[in-house]
Design a protein around this ligand. Structure first.
Ligand SMILES: *Cc1c(COP(=O)(O)O)cnc(C)c1O
Length: 357
């Protein structure tokens, strides 16, 4: 499939003060769009000026929430080239999310090609300041204008780009996490493994309640026993117990994070002992009481690494590593940020320069 390019005639003014970018509030000049109709397949792939969609109010995405997305970043290197980090993994995960959501797959190679073309066209939007990046948001929605409660027949895949600020403008800082005792984000057999908008809709109430109580994030427990830890908001979670890096094993209920996979690969390469297994809340509190839990951190594209300073569960609370960034979290943060921005050698083939054509 060819990608038509329809350049915007009026380029927007780029933000002058990159310290005020924030996250996901400003968008570049262009978007990528491709449409799917049952019987015809994917067609009409184009890069076009960013504009509003016009959708019938009966469109299935509005009623049944058939929607999936991805999150990735493009980084400006010191030599001015732009590079992406494991973007093909995002494109492949999008296919897995589509299959789980009864949506049509879009060839990952084609997604990848389209996204690189889009970044190239909007390359001047990739910010320059330390820690900033161009956030990429591939999305797929169902667009059939009919209220029948079944999988739709028409879909739109699109990609928008947003210059985004450093996640830690004032330096990395440990966060306070509430272990959620009541609500569940996902259950066995559910949608937890898909990056789907509905999973987020299901999580906002708990997150809001935790934030109102002074916490930054929620650590989800399994939906059946309310005993085993799963993941945090938009991050996977890791613990360092007796020097071993422990993280919940993947399954139906956990999003297979690319940052998670990268940390595990780096950790194995550096000779850390790793365990992917079930971890109960009791184990965390007991390991802490015995002085065996030295640190814990979240992993995700937005923050890369987010050290945890405190866990609170019902009426109990523990402070980790004196509420300071631990050496393991700091090490993986420095390595990953270095590889992503091209200042640390990429020995894993994770990065690709965006071609200028
Ligand atoms: C995106 C996401 C993550 C992190 O995945 P990365 O690929 O590392 O960004 C973790 N959990 C959930 C629920 C997510 O949506």
């Amino acid at each position: 499939m060819d990608i038509r390019i329809n350049k915007s005639k009026e380029l927007k003014k780029k933000p002058q003060d990159e310290s005020k970018l924030g996250f996901g509030k400003i968008f570049t000049d262009h978007m990528f769009v491709v449409e799917y109709d049952e019987g015809e397949g994917w067609h009409d792939a184009r890069i076009q000026p960013l504009e509003n969609f016009s959708l019938h109010p009966a469109s299935s995405v509005f009623h049944y929430g058939q929607e999936i997305f991805e999150g990735a970043k493009a980084y400006r290197r010191e030599d001015g080239e732009i590079q992406v980090f494991r973007l093909m993994d995002n494109c492949e995960r999008m296919v897995n999310s589509a299959i789980r959501s009864s949506m049509p797959a879009l060839d990952p190679e084609f997604q990848y090609e389209a996204i690189l073309k889009l970044i190239n066209l909007d390359r001047d939007w990739v910010p320059h300041s330390e820690g900033t990046s161009l956030y990429l948001r591939p999305t797929m929605i169902s667009s059939t204008p009919a209220l029948g409660a079944h999988s739709a027949h028409n879909f739109i895949y699109f990609v928008i780009c947003s210059p985004s600020g450093s996640y830690y403008p004032n330096g990395m800082k440990p966060i306070r996490i509430r272990i959620e005792p009541f609500y569940a984000r996902s259950v066995k057999g559910g949608m937890g493994r898909a990056k789907a908008g509905g999973n987020y809709a299901a999580s906002f109430k708990a997150t809001k309640e935790a934030q109102d109580a002074g916490f930054e994030q929620v650590l989800w427990l399994d939906g059946v026993y309310k005993k085993y830890v799963q993941e945090v908001g938009a991050m996977n979670i890791m613990f360092v117990i007796d020097g071993v890096i422990v993280t919940p094993e993947l399954g139906d209920t956990i999003l297979p994070g690319i940052t998670r996979a990268s940390v595990l690969q780096l950790a194995a390469d550096l000779g850390y002992e790793l365990e992917e297994r079930s971890i109960s809340v009791d184990e965390i509190f007991e390991a802490h009481a015995a002085g065996r839990l030295s640190e814990s951190f979240g992993t995700g594209t937005a923050a890369v690494i987010s050290p945890v300073g405190e866990y609170s569960y019902q009426d109990k609370s523990i402070v980790l590593n004196n509420n300071e960034i631990g050496p393991v979290a700091q090490r993986f943060y420095d390595l990953l940020i270095g590889i992503q921005f091209g200042t640390v050698e990429d020995r894993f083939g994770w990065t690709n320069v965006v071609p200028r054509s």
